[in-house]
Each structure stands twice: as structure tokens, then as C-alpha cells.
Design a protein around this ligand. Structure first.
Ligand SMILES: [Fe+2]
Length: 196
């Protein structure tokens, strides 16, 4: 099964956006991920679409992002988003407060993703206003492309606001998090090379 046009359009737009702003480690990581992404996924299977309450924030987030510096990414993602299986972070429970219905993740390319593959992980997170993603870490380094306002944290740098223009690069294994503004949703794409 060939890659869907909606996914290819999103990958093309995201690669263009990243090349405009990536520097140093962010450039190295995203170029690695996009180089691997030029190789089509090999498994002819896509997960069925699944929505979550937090997906209600996609429309306003995408409308705002379409007017921002990465409008091309937002427009491509608006086409793809309804086709994705949105899930809660593994281990999240209903007694986790606002985070339970205030976030949703989707894997575009990666294990069990819309395009199943094991060499890269490209995903998206939507969060309701005021919601913070739990502090976490993982072996692969990770670059975020913010499509909205928001703040990002890691244990070496503390909190920072990329002002919607730069990428956020988290080194392998570092503790990191992100949070939405008090009055607007957070929307971001994330890119991780898998397997070294
Ligand atoms: Fe992460």
C-alpha cells in the first residue's frame, strides 16, 4: 500500500519548516528522521481513526497555527489529523486530573502508527489550555516542532518559550516536559530516530 497523500504532504511541509529553523542538534536529528522517512513504510496497514475528548482542541489549535510561521504544516496536518488514532499516554489514569481528557497523542510514523515502521517515530500531541505533560525520559533524542504557543522544559535548561519559531531538542535520556498556555491549546509534532 503506498503512503497516503495526506501523510506525504505533512512530511513535506514539516521537513520544509524544520529546515527553515533547525540549527545544530535539531538539524542533525530532523535531517536523520526525514532522510529515513523518504523510505516508504513497508507494512500495508493503518490503524483505524480514534478520537478523544482532547481532539476538540485540534480545530482551534490548527486554525491559529495556520496563521502562524508554520501555516503550511498546520494546513497539511488538518487533513491528516482526523485519520489518526489518538491515544492517551501509556499509564495515564482517569484520576490524573485535567491531563486525562486534556491530552491526546497520535503516532504518524512509528511502531503501531498510521505508517507502521521501526526506524523513526513521528507523532503529534494536542493539549488543552493549562495542561502540562508529565515529566518523562527515553533513550532516543527528540525534537519538537511547536505549532502553537507553549513552554518546554528539560532538566538541563529549565523552562523556555520558543516563541513559535525554533525547535526544541532534548538529548538522549534527559528528563523533559511541556505545558500549554493558560488560555490556548498546545499543539506540537515530535521527531525521534529509533535504533541509533
Ligand atoms: Fe519525550
Amino acid at each position: 500500500m503506498p503512503r497516503s497523500a495526506a501523510l506525504q504532504d505533512l512530511l513535506d511541509a514539516a521537513a520544509t519548516a524544520c529546515r527553515e529553523v533547525a540549527r545544530g542538534d535539531s538539524a542533525r536529528v530532523t535531517e536523520t528522521v526525514f532522510a529515513r522517512a523518504t523510505r516508504d513504510g513497508t507494512q500495508p496497514h493503518r490503524v483505524p481513526p480514534i478520537g478523544l475528548p482532547a481532539c476538540d482542541w485540534l480545530a482551534p489549535a490548527l486554525a491559529a497555527a495556520a496563521r502562524g510561521p508554520h501555516g503550511g504544516v498546520a494546513r497539511a496536518f488538518a487533513t491528516l489529523a482526523p485519520q489518526l488514532a489518538w491515544t492517551r499516554r501509556a499509564g495515564t489514569t482517569p484520576n490524573g486530573g485535567a491531563f486525562w481528557d486534556g491530552h491526546a497523542n497520535a503516532v504518524l510514523c512509528g511502531p503501531a502508527g498510521y505508517e507502521p515502521r521501526d526506524d523513526i517515530l513521528i507523532g503529534a500531541t494536542i493539549m488543552a489550555p493549562g495542561v502540562q505533560y508529565p515529566e518523562h525520559d527515553h533513550p532516543p533524542e527528540e525534537v519538537y516542532l511547536p505549532l502553537s504557543q507553549g513552554e518546554w522544559w528539560n532538566s538541563a535548561r529549565g523552562w523556555m518559550d520558543p516563541q513559535g519559531l525554533s525547535l526544541i531538542c532534548n538529548p538522549p535520556g534527559i528528563r523533559h516536559s511541556m505545558r500549554a498556555p493558560a488560555a490556548a491549546p498546545l499543539l506540537a509534532l515530535w521527531f525521534l530516530p529509533l535504533g541509533g
